[in-house]
Structure formats: C-alpha cells, structure tokens
Design a protein around this ligand. Structure first.
Ligand code: HEM
Ligand code: SF4
Ligand code: SF4
Length: 432
C-alpha cells in the first residue's frame, strides 16, 4: 500500500496511514512507533499535528528507502554548537514537521532529576517543540527533538531559565557523562559528580565555541563496572578504584555459600576471577590474594553483601577511547594508574591534568582526529613526555596483551624471572 492511498482517522481526525511503520509495533519489545503515535493521538493540538506529519514522512521514507532530511545551520545567541538542525526535503507533503531540529542539553551530573524538573521539561517542550524528548542520546545529552528554527531560541531561553545549558556538538568538548555514583551506588569509589562538574565547568568555553580539531569526551564512572562506558567511549575516562585490600565480611560469605551452595560459589566467583586471585576455604570463608587482584569488580558484583571495594579509594585515568574513525575502535590507555581524589588539592590536580590533555589535543591533533589516534600516530612515549608523566609499569596499553610488571616484591619477582629465563636457556643457576 502507498502512503498516499488510504485515509485513516483517529478521534475523528485525519492522520497519515503508516502501514510500513505499523509492522514495527509487532513483537513483545517496546516500539518507538507506539511512542510517536501516542504523542500524535494524545498530545497537545500542536504536538499532534507535528507528530502526524513526522510519522507520515517516516512512512514515506520507509516506502522510498530514502531519508528526506538535510542539515543546515541553526544556533542560539552566543553559542556555536549544541543544536542539530534537520530540514525536511518533502515539506510540501508534510509541512508541520518541516523543521525538526534537536536541542542537545546537558543532563545533571549523575543524571539526578526531580519530578518538578521533568514536568517543566515537558511543559517547555510541549509549548516550543514537538513534545518528543529522549533521555539520553548516545552523546549523553537530553535530546529535545523537533523544534522549528523560530522556536529554537525561545526553547533554549526557557530551559536556560530553569538552570540547563546546551551540550556539545561538532569539533568541540562534548557533553560529559557520570554514573549515578556515590549518591545511590555502594560501589562508588569517588565523588563522580564533583569531578564531572569541576572539569566541565572549567572547560565550558570549548563546548560552546567549537575550536578543537575534533570531538573530545569526558566520562566518569565510580568503579570498574563502568556504567557510562567510559573506557571505550571517552577520550578522557575517569574510573574509580582502590589500592588496599578488598573488604571481606566472612559471615556474609558463609551466608552466601549456605544459600547458593559451594559449587555455585566456585563456578560463579572463584573460577571467574580473571587472575585466579580467589580461593574458597573448607570452612566457607574466602581468601583473596590482593596483589594479584586487578580490581575488575566481578566478585564484588556477585557477592555484594560479602565483598566491597577497599577503603583507600581513588581513580584511574585512561586516555584515548573511541569508536572507529581513522583507525579502528580503541580502549583508553591507562596513563594514570592511581590518583587520590578527595581533597580540594586532589580535584585541582585533576582539573589541571584535564586542561593539559585538552591543550595537548588542541595543539597536536590533526583535523578530524581523536586523541587516541594522535597518540597512535606520534607514539605513547611522546604523549607521556609532552604531558610530563613518568612511565609506570602499571600503565596498561591493551588489556591482557601488554607487559605488566609488578612493582611490589619486585626483587623476588625479578629473581624468579631471571631463574626462569636461565632455565629456558638450559643454564643452571647457583649450581657452583
Ligand atoms: C539514513 C538516515 C540517518 C543516518 C545514517 C543517521 C546517522 C546518525 C549517526 C551515525 C549518528 C551518531 C550516533 C552516535 O552519536 O553514536 C546520528 C545522530 C543523530 N541523528 Fe541521525 N541519522 C539518520 C537520520 C536522522 C534523522 C531522520 C534525524 C532527525 C530528523 C536524525 C537526527 C539525529 C540526531 C539528533 C542525532 C544526535 C543524537 C545524539 O545526540 O545522541 N538522524 N545519526
Ligand atoms: S560505575 Fe560503579 S559506582 Fe558507578 S553506578 Fe556503576 S556500579 Fe555504581
Ligand atoms: S575484583 Fe576481579 S580480579 Fe579482583 S579478586 Fe575479584 S574477581 Fe578477582
């Protein structure tokens, strides 16, 4: 059926038939089509009209197998980015959604909202936009989708009045993300919200007036569970960790084993430790060889009551994570294995380091190159040298493939290594 063939009515009003889209509502999973239709059928009068034409155009696109949107330039006063413009190429047939721009708006650090703010968002967007809001886009922003060029400034002003600001787009500092963190999560190893706001507030100009060679992203996770995907999505990932021993509550270990069984505990905890650092004793207590533990969080996630991060907490910083661009996907390189982040001075140090890395990026990256690619091009030693960072054997380039030198008990470990090498070479040490 062609989208122009049939007439369809909802509540006595004509709507575009959407045969191609209707199929996408099949199946048990939530469908974006159902959401758009809900807004078309139950939204404010203005939102209904926009959604009807948007659905009409989308159906038309599916039929023709072509997109009919083009970009352009739309901005608000004083800003060089933050708005993603979309103009329809079939506006004669679908006039109500002829301009469908998106406002990228920075969410609060840790994504903490209250219902009052959420209601205000809805009211603002019902008045100035299409009613369609996405929490949160791939970029981490709240995406206010579907605004006319004329209303863009008005919508921004209203959002700004309640304390919100545009995020990043284009070759600029991008909207940062932090996990829900220490406000709600027992695994958190530092104040992600403070680290997030400290760095972004300092560098805000780089977000609103794009002048970098390409995008630059900061992400903050409270622990190695890395709920915001910092290590593979952020140019600058700050991830919480600890350097003393995992805390063990042996009573809770026994309760866990009594409830789940020894086999389950061995299968899901002991055998799953990537460095084989855990053993289950005969009396159902746990032993962890802390120098071997790589702080992966696995055992803590399984036995949440019995195990928790140590007390000497801080962060690791990884630089250069990104999806494919000039070279393939990269994980961040561990350049700061551990740093305390508690006192004002600690936060100042972090802020200064972040500024230096962004400055290095601005000065040394080629156009359309992420910092991970810059490092790949010039070599890690040159990067470390430029930032005045001492080489540390705990720095990790590629997980599980880099050489990893233990710094504790170094002499004993070194002696064992020399002995093994000598044995491999067929020599006897200490025989004479
Ligand atoms: C063939 C069609 C399209 C392609 C291939 C495409 C591709 C993409 C890609 C690759 C991204 C980046 C996603 C990321 O950040 O991970 C993106 C983002 C975006 N696209 Fe499209 N797009 C298409 C159609 C559209 C249409 C029709 C609209 C709106 C009318 C749209 C609006 C946006 C917006 C607002 C973003 C930013 C999302 C965010 O901030 O997370 N795109 N698109
Ligand atoms: S990254 Fe860690 S601290 Fe942050 S929300 Fe996830 S589990 Fe909690
Ligand atoms: S945190 Fe990971 S590496 Fe450390 S003991 Fe637990 S499972 Fe093993």
């Amino acid at each position: 059926m062609k989208d122009s063939d049939a007439k369809q009515t909802v509540d006595g009003k004509d709507v575009h038939p959407t045969p191609q889209l209707d199929q996408l509502e099949d199946g048990p999973w939530p469908s974006f089509v159902t959401g758009l239709k809900k807004l078309r059928d139950e939204g404010s009068d203005n939102n209904r009209k926009i959604m009807n034409d948007l659905l009409g155009q989308l159906n038309h696109s599916y039929e023709k197998r072509l997109g009919f949107w083009k970009g352009g330039t739309v901005s608000v006063f004083g800003y060089g980015g933050g708005i993603i413009p979309r103009f329809s190429e079939v506006a004669d047939r679908f006039p109500e959604s002829r301009e469908f721009h998106t406002l990228r708006v920075m969410p609060p650090a840790g994504n903490h909202y209250d219902t009052d703010i959420l209601r205000k968002f809805c009211d603002i967007w019902e008045e100035h936009g299409s009613g369609l809001i996405a929490f949160h886009g791939q970029s981490g922003d709240i995406m206010f989708q579907g605004c006319s060029t004329e209303n863009t400034q008005k919508a921004f002003d209203a959002l700004n009045k309640i304390g919100f600001d545009l995020g990043g787009a284009g070759p600029a500092l991008r909207t940062a993300m932090s996990c829900v963190g220490h406000a709600r999560c027992e695994q958190s190893c530092y104040d992600e919200v403070r680290a997030h706001r400290t760095i972004i507030n300092k560098l805000l100009d780089e977000m609103h007036r794009p002048a970098l060679p390409y995008k630059f992203k900061f992400k903050f996770s409270g622990c190695a569970n890395d709920c915001v995907n910092a290590v593979h999505r952020a140019d600058f990932a700050v991830i919480g960790t600890w350097r003393d021993e995992i805390k063990i509550n042996q009573e809770k270990v026994k309760e866990h084993v009594a409830e789940k069984g020894r086999k389950y505990t061995i299968d899901t905890v002991v055998n799953m430790c990537p460095t084989r650092a855990i053993s289950l004793n005969d009396d159902d207590t746990l032993e962890i060889d802390n120098p071997s533990c790589v702080r992966c969080m696995h055992c803590i996630n399984v036995m949440t009551k019995a195990l928790s991060p140590g007390d000497d907490r801080g962060v690791s910083i990884m630089i250069g994570g990104k999806r494919s661009l000039k070279i393939g996907d990269l994980m961040g390189i561990m350049v700061v294995p551990f740093m305390k982040l508690e006192s004002d001075e600690d936060f100042e140090k972090l802020e200064e380091f972040a500024e230096n890395v962004v400055e290095f990026f601005a000065d040394n990256a080629l156009e359309h190159e992420r910092v991970g690619e810059t490092i790949d091009r010039i070599g890690l030693p040159a990067f470390l040298d430029a930032l005045d960072i001492d080489v540390d054997p705990n720095m990790v380039n590629h997980p599980r493939t880099s050489s990893y030198v233990r710094t504790d008990d170094f002499d004993t470990e070194a002696a064992k290594w020399f002995e093994r090498k000598a044995r491999e070479a067929g020599l006897q040490i200490g025989a004479d």
